[in-house]
Structure formats: C-alpha cells, structure tokens
Design a protein around this ligand. Structure first.
Ligand code: AMP
Length: 432
C-alpha cells in the first residue's frame, strides 16, 4: 500500500495525518491498517518502537470512536508512564480534527485529576496497568462500553511484572469488544495472554530488517571493559553534533557513566528504573530541548522513548536479548536521516555480534577508536568555526595597546593560533 488515501479514512483523520506529515504508511501500518479498519477482529502485531505501531493502532481505534458518547470506548495499556504520555500525545494529534482526546492515567500522579477526567467523559484512556486497576476497583473506570482494548509493548508489560494486572483487566473487558495486542517479541508469556484472551486473532509481523533504517551505519569497536568510558568521550568529541543515547545493562553502570561524563564537562543525564516520575520528566525535557545531548539509560527505562533526530545510539555493551539491539538502534536514522549505531564489544561478547548480524541480516563493521589526534583536530576545527563566526572582536582591539602588539608582531601566525588553541583547550594539552 503506497498511500493513506487508499484506506478511505474519514476526512478529519486524513487531515491530521497530512498535518503530521506522514507521507506513506510504514510497513506495520501497511499491513495492519487494512485489517483493523475492516471487519471487527482481534489482532496481534509484532513490531517494536520506531516502526509506527502507535499510529497503526490509533488510526483504526479513532475511526471506531463515537465522539458524542462520554463512555470509555478505547483503553490502551502501556508498560511505562513515558510511553503512556507519548501515546496520549500521538492520539491527540491524530484525533485533533475528529474532536477526540485521550486521557492519560498512570501511577505517581494524583488521583483527583484522573477521577475528574474520567467523570467528565473520556472516550480514549491510555494508562499503566497498576493505576488502571486501582480505578477499576474504585469504580471510577467502567469498561462496560469498551470497543477496543489495546496492549502496547505486551512483552515489556509482562517482563515488568504486570502479568496479574493484565489478567485482571483483560478478564473485565466485554466480549463484544476487540483486543489488539502489540509486542516487539512473541515470548511464551505473550503467547499465553494471546491464547487466553484473544479470539482468532489476525496476525502481522514486520521483519526485523524492515525495522532497521537503511541509513543507519552499524559500527563496533573492539575494546576492554575498562577503556569504555574514555572511548565514549572520544566518540562524543569527534561527532559532528552529537545527540545520542547510550544504553547500559545495569542501573549501576548508568549512574557511574553519567557521573563520569558530567565530571568531564559533558551535558549528560540518565534514565533508570529508580528515578521518580518528576525527575524522569525533567530529564526527558532537558534531552528534548537539548540542554542535555547525551542520555544514558537502561533498556527498560528507555521503553517508548521517542525522540527525533537522534544522531547516535551507543551500546555500552551488546544487549543479551538480541531483540533489544533492534529496539535500541531503531531510534536513530529515522525518516531517511543518517544515524550511527555503535557497539562497544569485549572479547566475551564477540559471538553475540555474529548472531546480531544474522538476526538483522546486516553487517556491523569494525572501526578504529578515534585517536587523541582525531579528537584534537575535531576540537580545533570546532574552535575555528566559532573563531570565524566571531563578530564582536572590534571591541577587543580597542583594549589593545602598542606595547602588547609589539610582543606578538614578529610572531608567526601559526604560533599565535597554537598559543590560543592551547589556552582554549587546556585540558587537552595538560599531559607531560
Ligand atoms: P512508534 O513506532 O509508534 O513509536 O512511532 C515512531 C515515530 O514515527 C513517531 O514519531 C511517529 O510520529 C512517526 N510515524 C508514525 N507513522 C509514520 C508515517 N507513516 N510516516 C512518518 N512518520 C511516522
């Protein structure tokens, strides 16, 4: 399917899609939309973040909503608050001209607004399982009129320990509605949920290779564990305009690396499971507005993270779960832009590399770690750019006097430049 026009969508929805600038359906949308817009059915979509899965279910979900009814007609379950907020945002953009808004309901924020929102009338609710159960039990969320129940990142919800909550919510959904399950992977637990609650589901899957952008360059550096922090600094230094995410296996590694980079003067921050809601939101905001350009996180904390124009995804170590590799690097090189997926690989992980290449049907090229000289040249060239862009230097000339000038007038220009460079990047030259 080449265009959204072929789908005969309602005029308001088509207008939103045009306004969002979606030119043609992504592979998961091309497969899922004709099914979900057709006869009512349960559904399984195997697709990860970055594939356009949110729109793949939100478009047909919105077409089923009666904006005049105040009843909850669609419920979307997400593993994290971040994903719930992102999904809410996307539904609100897609529903802009249809007059449909989504209500986010997640733990860590007050009940009052959520109860008011539900009472006021919320056709679409997006939430995390724990808090949704609370509302169902309090009687503030009624699923009696639900037409569509969507599980987003079902595998992640289960691995985060929401299995009982999922069972409780799924068993309360009316039989007359449909369940659409989206997951990056089809684990045994996801299969069990599907077998228990879905009726003759249609199933589509995007190939992992389709999920990987053609413009992502996959590179690895072979290194010792102890050299990794220093390599990260070099990679940030030599990048044109680094705006990237670094994935670590554990929370301890995340905090250690973040402290190390902040200490070295980088604009870094982190996301991990132990951060409270407000501090996570603050971090996300600083990363979005680029006051922070290096975000260090664990896989779980980064779920649903959807930030545009990421230049680099760095695997501090290769993920043990191979699917996570695709998940991680799917965040760069969006919309045809160039992006780098860089992995730091130790001897014990070399075998994983071959498996990832096989899984993604792509080549990961070994590269040489940038040398100190490379880093130096890059910093000098950045300095030169700033130097040439300087426009207020005439004021400085007024301060100079002949005596000063006489001290440098015989000095060759390269020596003057070299002295200033040393002055501007003292940390680079302060070695014996
Ligand atoms: P998702 O996989 O749902 O997290 O979506 C990833 C990103 O792709 C989001 O920023 C969407 O706005 C964007 N997106 C979704 N569908 C399309 C499309 N057909 N064309 C361009 N961008 C899209």
């Amino acid at each position: 399917m080449e265009s959204f026009k072929e789908l005969n969508l309602s005029a308001p929805l088509m207008k939103s899609i045009e306004e969002l600038g979606y030119e043609k359906p992504s592979p998961i949308q091309a497969q899922a939309l004709p099914i979900l817009l057709g006869e009512a059915t349960d559904f399984i979509g195997l697709a990860a973040t970055g594939t356009g899965k949110t729109a793949a279910y939100s478009i047909p979900m919105l077409e089923r909503i009666d904006p005049k009814s105040k009843k909850v007609q669609a419920l979307i379950l997400c593993p994290t608050r971040e994903l719930a907020l992102q999904v809410t945002g996307q539904i609100n953009l897609l529903g802009k001209f249809s007059g449909v808004k989504a209500l986010p309901i997640y733990g860590g924020s007050g009940y009052r607004d959520q109860i008011d929102g539900l009472r006021h009338g919320a056709p679409v609710v997006v939430g995390t399982p724990g808090r949704l159960i609370d509302h169902i039990e309090k009687g503030t969320l009624d699923l009696g009129d639900l037409k569509t129940l969507i599980l987003d990142e079902a595998d992640e919800m289960i691995s985060m320990g929401f299995r009982d909550e999922l069972d409780a919510i799924l068993s309360k959904a009316p039989d007359s509605g449909n369940i659409w399950l989206f997951s990056a992977t089809m684990s045994n637990d996801v299969r069990r949920v599907a077998d228990t609650y879905l009726t003759k589901p249609a199933q589509v899957q995007v190939n992992r290779t389709e999920m990987l952008s053609q413009t992502v360059e996959q590179i690895y550096y072979f290194t010792k564990e102890s050299n990794k922090p220093e390599i990260i600094c070099k990679l940030i230094d030599v990048a044109e305009d680094f705006y990237g995410i670094i994935f670590c296996q554990t929370k301890a590694l995340v905090t250690d690396l973040t402290d190390y980079l902040i200490d070295k003067g980088y604009k870094a921050d982190c996301l991990h499971g132990d951060k409270d809601q407000r501090s996570r939101e603050r971090t996300m905001q600083s990363f979005r507005d680029r006051t922070v350009n290096v975000l260090i996180c664990t896989d779980v904390a980064s779920r649903g993270l959807d930030v545009k124009d990421i230049t680099h995804v760095i695997n501090y170590s290769l993920p043990r779960e191979l699917d996570s590799y695709v998940h991680r690097i799917g965040r760069t090189a969006r919309s045809g832009q160039k992006g780098y997926a860089i992995s730091l690989v130790t001897a014990s992980h070399k075998g994983l590399l071959t498996r990832i290449e096989r899984l993604t049907k792509s080549r990961i090229i070994e590269a040489m770690v940038p040398s100190r000289r490379d880093v130096g040249q890059k910093r000098v060239s950045q300095l030169l750019t700033k130097f040439l862009a300087q426009t207020s230097h005439l004021k400085a000339i007024e301060l100079m006097n002949d005596e000063w000038l006489s001290q440098i007038s015989d000095m060759p220009p390269e020596e003057i430049a070299a002295r200033f460079i040393t002055l501007c990047m003292p940390d680079f030259f302060d070695f014996a």
